[in-house]
Ligand binder design. Sequence first.
Ligand code: ZN
Length: 56
Amino acid sequence: MKPKKVCSICNKSSKALFRCRYDHKKIWEFLCQECLSVIKLKHKDNYQYGGTKKFK
Ligand SMILES: [Zn+2]
């Protein structure tokens, strides 16, 4: 069995996760679309998008 990819914030598994960095963290987080939109608004100044990962 493959390990499930889950959102770093809500821990839900998702077919597509969005790689992003925010809050001046050095590590990349994988977020679902819902959490991404929240983070985008919260961290407008230091949000950085790193691409989409799709899992089948
Ligand atoms: Zn999420």
